[in-house]
Design a protein around this ligand. Structure first.
Ligand code: URA
Length: 245
């Protein structure tokens, strides 16, 4: 289905319909490298490559992206103490119109301010639900640096299950292995508040550093530096789909 270029810019988050029409009429738009000043010109939106005020963009009906979350950022639009992760995303992703009960671009679960690593974001409500619901058992892998040396009994207890404060139901790691004297790799299929930190505290250790390296079949790419983001490729989405139980 074709849409006017003005509507495409609006849906991609370049501002209100009026702002988008103004950008086009004032000559700030090129489509496939050609100047376009006709706001009513029609195109197939998905995959359309254009530039607005020098910013290159490829239209995506739904946003699926990954961010290498750096330490010292909050996963909230209204952060309380640290800069928001949204400051790391381009304005159109922050400004996408919210319609039909769909959320704006949201993180798939939250990481603590001091946690680093793989964070997925999307404005597809079903996708967000599938990846966060404990029913789907999507494994999330955390690299944990601990304050005290890791004891094999701690590893065993984390897999058998531990009871967290204020939560009667035991939680268990789907997998856990020591990776160094003061480091372990923990796989969780649910995401309770501060879960890794509370689990480590429950076995008498303490988290000094926390990094999420993988969600389902998708690993944080080595070439995505802290603070950088990129669109998910169709293969990335396939890998995530295959990891949903
Ligand atoms: N568990 C935590 O304690 N913190 C995180 O950021 C993620 C999982």
């Amino acid at each position: 289905m074709q849409l006017t270029i003005s509507e495409i810019l609006y849906l991609q988050g370049f501002g209100t319909r009026r702002v988008c029409a103004g950008l086009i009429q004032q000559g700030w738009l090129t489509v496939y490298g050609q100047a376009c000043t006709d706001a009513s010109a029609e195109f197939v939106p998905e995959g359309l490559a254009f530039t607005v005020q020098g910013q290159p963009w490829v239209a995506h009906a739904k946003a699926y992206l990954m961010l290498h979350k750096p330490a010292g950022t909050e996963c909230s639009k209204k952060p309380s103490a640290w800069p928001s992760i949204y400051t790391l995303l381009p304005a159109p992703l922050r400004q996408r119109p919210v319609k039909g009960g769909q959320p704006g671009v949201q993180p798939v679960g939250r990481l603590d301010q001091d946690t680093t690593g793989l964070l997925l974001l999307s404005d597809d409500g079903a996708f967000l639900h599938r990846l966060t619901s404990p029913k789907h058992h999507v494994p999330k892998v955390y690299e944990v640096t601990t304050k005290h040396p890791v004891d094999p009994r701690q590893v065993a207890r984390l897999v058998e299950g531990v009871v967290l404060e204020d939560d009667p139901k035991p939680v268990r790691a789907a997998a856990c292995e020591a990776t160094a004297e003061c480091a372990l790799r923990l796989t969780l299929t649910e995401g309770k508040y501060h879960q890794v930190k509370r689990m480590l505290a429950a076995v008498g250790n303490r988290v000094e550093g926390l990094h999420r390296s993988r969600i389902g079949g998708l690993a944080l790419p080595a070439d995505l530096a802290p603070g950088q983001w990129r669109w998910l490729e169709p293969e990335d989405l396939d890998r995530l789909r295959q990891s949903q139980g």
